[in-house]
Design a protein around this ligand. Structure first.
Ligand code: FMN
Length: 330
């Protein structure tokens, strides 16, 4: 998820039982131009694998080159975005618009599959307009072009995130293709996951918003362990998330990025409402961390343990310290 699936989020997801995690969507044009911020998305740590890195764009050749780069950075799967409904992306001919241009979509998948030797997956919406069934036409063609799995978020682009994901369509797609289909949309509990798996025949479910500030939802979905997280545990996960995000994004970007997470972590009756407001108003992330330790002193021991279990940063592949030539083709 763009603006959410930073490395700290993906690592946390793996710790709480996610079988596979995915990066934010990465612009192939940004990679082509060696844009510093775009290259920053390709930071991969030893404890994230298996990891998919998602790329978006509209030119098969540029997408193929981007795919080579993300594999060099450590991706185990290259995922292609045919689902983004945001105008900034669709107006460039990328994201969900490609569902309306199956020939180009197939050319992209073909070029990417040809360029890398890891599996190539596609993430898509049902189509552009309300009620569209485009995914059922495009999906099998993408498989023929080289997609090894399809993930379907069965809302239209026009719907954005309103209404409900229509997993009846996921079931139809499963019938049409002989590759694993992953169901995305409104999976927030084990009960919902089991029901979607059973009624669609999907090979797996993908959890998005349900895991925001709530890795415990993943544990519940995977293990059926629905024990409410203790206050100390919530504070500790948030503190680690803050520190890791600062390490990844730098203080200035991280302090803006993190604000939405305070509500996600501290809501659900876990902390009194004004507490979130207080954190949002603090000027530095150091102050946020100090305030969290004060509110939940027992978090210190948990944070210490979690930090001691992180892999050695020296094992991390940092693309920005790599010679550009490693990317090939440029
Ligand atoms: C803030 C946000 C950013 C997202 N960014 C991406 C993205 O970059 N690539 C993608 O394939 N899907 C993206 N999605 C869609 C999710 O992957 C998922 O399909 C959708 O949210 C439905 O699943 P959920 O109900 O579990 O959240 C995003 C969703 C949200 C809410």
């Amino acid at each position: 998820m763009a603006g959410v699936s930073v490395q700290a989020f993906r690592r946390q997801g793996r710790r709480y039982g996610a079988g596979l995690v995915c990066s934010e969507m990465v612009s192939c044009a940004g990679l082509e131009h060696r844009n510093e911020r775009t290259l920053g998305y390709l930071r991969v740590a030893a404890d994230e694998h298996p990891l998919a890195i998602q790329i978006f764009g509209s030119e098969p050749g540029v997408m193929a080159e981007a795919a080579r780069m993300v594999v060099a950075a450590g991706a185990d799967i290259v995922d292609i975005n045919f689902g983004c409904p945001v105008r900034k992306v669709t107006k460039t001919g990328a994201g969900a618009t490609l569902l309306d241009d199956p020939r180009r979509a197939c050319a992209i998948v073909g070029a990417v599959a040809e360029a890398v030797d890891v599996p190539v997956s596609v993430k898509m919406r049902r189509g552009l307009e309300h009620g569209s069934r485009a995914c059922l036409d495009v999906g099998p063609r993408l498989v023929e072009a080289g997609a090894a799995t399809l993930t379907l978020h069965p809302r239209s682009a026009r719907q954005m995130y309103t209404g409900e994901a229509d997993h009846a369509l996921t079931a139809e797609l499963v019938e049409l293709v002989d590759v694993p289909v992953i169901a995305s949309g409104d999976i927030t509990s084990r009960e919902r996951a089991q029901s979607v798996l059973a009624t669609t025949g999907a090979a797996a479910v993908m959890v998005g918003r349900g895991a925001q500030g709530n890795p415990w939802a993943l544990r519940e979905i995977v293990d059926g362990d629905s024990v409410e997280a203790m206050r100390e545990e919530v504070a500790a996960e948030l503190i680690l998330f803050v520190r890791e995000s600062v390490r990844e994004l730098g203080e200035r970007r991280a302090s803006g990025f993190l604000k939405k997470f305070y509500g996600w972590y501290l809501g659900r009756g876990r902390f009194p409402r004004p507490f979130k407001q207080e954190l949002v108003q603090l000027e530095t992330t150091d102050k946020v961390v100090t305030r969290l330790f004060a509110a939940a002193p027992g978090a210190a021991e948990i944070v210490e343990r979690l930090e001691s279990e992180l892999p050695d940063p020296a094992d991390e592949i940092l693309l920005d310290s790599m010679p550009i030539s490693i990317y090939g083709g440029g």
